[in-house]
Every structure is written in C-alpha cells, then in structure tokens.
Design a protein around this ligand. Structure first.
Ligand SMILES: *Cc1c(COP(=O)(O)O)cnc(C)c1O
Length: 385
C-alpha cells in the first residue's frame, strides 16, 4: 500500500476507530418512531395531515424563509422552482459542472438547457469572478433579458450549489444575477444548517431548495422543500404540487397541468422528529470536522477542506483535497481506503462528461476539472463524533 493511503487510513482510524464505517448514515435518536406511529394511528399517511404543517413550520423557524413548501424530493423542489421562476423550453440555465446530476436533470424536465460554469477552490462552488467575465464576453441584454450571443437563446437563471454544505460566495453571485438579469435559485440540498454571513443558505434567491434524502443532514426517507419569501409564488407552488386542484366540497376541478409532488404526512412525521435533532447533528458534525482537522494536520500532500471565514458550514460531507501534484494517486487512495472498510468517494463525475449532458454549452472548466480529480469524501456521519 502507498504511504499516502496508509497515512490517510491511520488519520481516519484515529478519529472514527477501526470498525467499518460508511460515508453517511442517517440517525433516529429522537421522537421518530413515536411520531411515525402517531401518523399511522391517525390514518392520515398521505398528502393531508398535521405533520406536513408542523414540519414546514419548523423549517420556516429554522431557515428564516417566509414560506416553505415540503415536496417529495429535492429534485422535484428544483423542478418546481425553475418552472415558477419562468424557465421555459429552450431557455439556458447556468449551473456548476461540479454538482450532483439532479441539478441538471431538473433543468431538462423544463425542456431547458443546462449551461455549465466553473468552480473555485476556496468554496468548491460557482466562481463569481470567472462567471462575470464569461458572461461579459458571450451575452448581450435584450428587452431585459440576458441573451447568449453564440446560441441566441435566453439565459434565464443561475443555480449555484452549496457543495458538500459549504456556502458559495453569495454576495458576489447576487451581484452577477443583478447585473445580467438572471433569476437566482439556490440548490441548498446539501446545506441545511449552513449560514452565509449569518443568514441561512437557500434564502438569498427567488427560491432555495432542500433535500431530505437518506444521506442528507436530516432525512424524511425521501423528501425536499422549496423556500421562498414571495407569498404569490408560495401559493402557486402549493397549488402546482397538489395536482392544481381547486377547493371544492366534491368536484374534481384542476385549472392547469399539475404535479403530484407534495410530501406525504408519513414522511413529514419523520422530518418533524429529525428537526428536533438537527442542532445536535450539526454540533456533532462540527466536532467530527475538528477531530479530522487535528488528525490530518501532519498528513503531507492532503488537506481537509475548511469553511471559508464568511460563512458557517454544516460540514455535511467531510472533504479531503489532494495536492495537484499527486492527483494521479486518487484512485489508489479510493481503492485502499475502501479495502480497509472505510467508505470514501470521489466527487461526482463532472456534468459535461455524462452521456446525457455531453453536448450542452459550457465555459472553460479548469478549476472544476482539477477539483474533480483531487476530492475525496471521507466518512461523515454525525454519529461518528
Ligand atoms: C441530494 C441533492 C439533490 C437532489 O435531492 P433528492 O432529494 O435526492 O432529489 C439536488 N442537488 C444536490 C446538489 C444534491 O446533493
């Protein structure tokens, strides 16, 4: 085994012990069973019930968003947000090439075109300076819209992603969306509990979206949420995600093509209990980060990613960055750590390299390419601290 892999394995063992560990496990230490049982006893397991309201209220209180609409998953939350933001067939939407595939998929569900942008090493998110220069060179403004001069299509929105829970540079990103007439939608699927200058991520754009998949900071089994401060859009989101059904005592009247995207009460019962544990989860994840930080201090050629000083990260997934000079050893490290029953993973394959996303517009991606070749996520469950 290479000494690099050996050093990494010892550092992880120092923190988590020598038992096999997975990358991210859900935990149910609170009232999960109690509320789920209560939900079953009520028979309201589906789209109607008090737990959906309770869960949404807790998310409003925690994030500071004015309105929260709970939905079936984070991808559906993105899809709805894009539609309600006015993204139409053939519009382009800017997203980082370094993200989970759901961000790109939701854009395709609207018939729109993902347009890939580069990332920066200090946040792992969209690089606002490089993006501004790029947009200056390829776009022009036309009747209040940003037009891609090369493709003649309208660039409607920017969807930055808070990668592994680390907030991206929102102030500079908002200046870009303002200057180029773009709608801002934050993919905050990974950043529940992460703050940018003291304000919760996902509350800066027209919409923000959360995910409560099994591997996220809290889980509802599957689930997601739309955050917005706009009361009209919140009303529209509720309507569209519940088959666009009009209120009536017995008639089935639907005034547009709606979606069956509302979060079931059964899942919300789980989510309501998980919200009671969230502060403890976040404290544990920060403790885990601190332990890893100490353990990796003396490991040469790798560093543990640390939150930038303008934000507070939830440390959803702990991230090792290998030095550029040794990125060719990444796969060996992945193999050796997984052989040692320590679950580690690379960053996602960059979007423009995936079969369904090969032929879409993209800026040069030097930093995203470099990061994708050097990132290794290590075991991150809050239970490990
Ligand atoms: C998890 C995730 C999503 C999608 O969430 P689902 O609930 O799995 O649909 C979207 N974007 C990012 C960046 C994610 O990590």
């Amino acid at each position: 085994m290479s000494s690099l892999a050996q050093n990494i394995i010892s550092a992880i063992h120092d923190v988590v012990g020598i038992e096999p560990v997975s990358l991210h496990e859900p935990r149910f230490p609170g009232n999960e069973s109690k509320y789920v049982q209560e939900c079953l006893d009520s028979t309201y397991v589906s789209s109607v019930g008090k737990f959906v309201d309770h869960f949404e209220e807790e998310l409003v209180n925690f994030t500071g968003a004015k309105y929260v609409i709970a939905v079936v998953n984070g991808t559906a939350a993105l899809h709805m947000s894009l539609l309600l933001a006015g993204v139409e067939n053939s519009d382009e939407v800017l997203i980082p090439a370094l993200t989970f595939v759901a961000t790109a998929n939701a854009i395709r569900y609207c018939g729109a075109v993902p347009h890939f942008v580069d990332s920066e090493e200090s946040t792992l998110g969209v690089d606002p300076c490089a993006l501004r220069e790029y947009l200056k060179s390829i776009t022009e403004q036309h009747s209040g819209f940003c037009i891609n001069r090369r493709t003649k299509r309208r660039i409607r929105a920017l969807v930055p992603v808070h990668i592994f829970g680390h907030p991206c540079r929102l102030e500079e990103i908002m200046a870009v969306t303002r200057d180029f007439n773009l709608v801002l939608i934050e993919d905050a699927a990974e950043s529940l509990g992460s703050l940018y200058q003291g304000q919760h991520t996902g509350t800066f754009g027209l919409f923000g979206t959360l995910s409560f998949n099994g591997n996220k900071t809290i889980t509802t089994g599957g689930g997601g949420a739309i955050l917005t401060d706009d009361s009209e859009l919140a009303k529209r989101a509720r309507h569209l995600t519940t088959t666009a059904k009009l209120q009536h005592r017995w008639e089935y009247l639907h005034d547009e093509v709606g979606f069956n995207y509302r979060l079931p009460n059964l899942n919300a019962a789980l989510g309501y209990a998980q919200m009671e544990c969230l502060s403890e989860f976040l404290a544990s994840k920060r403790r885990l980060f601190e332990r890893y930080r100490d353990a990796f201090l003396d490991v040469p050629q790798v560093r543990l990613f640390m939150e930038p000083d303008f934000c507070r990260s939830n440390y959803w997934l702990q991230t090792l960055l290998m030095d550029e000079s040794i990125s060719d050893q990444r796969d060996v490290v992945l193999e050796d750590t997984n052989d040692a029953d320590l679950m580690t993973r690379p960053a996602w394959t960059l979007m423009h390299r995936l079969e369904p996303y090969r032929d879409f517009p993209s800026m040069q991606l030097p930093v995203a390419k470099s990061l994708a070749s050097r990132i290794i996520n290590i075991p991150s469950s809050s239970g490990l601290a």
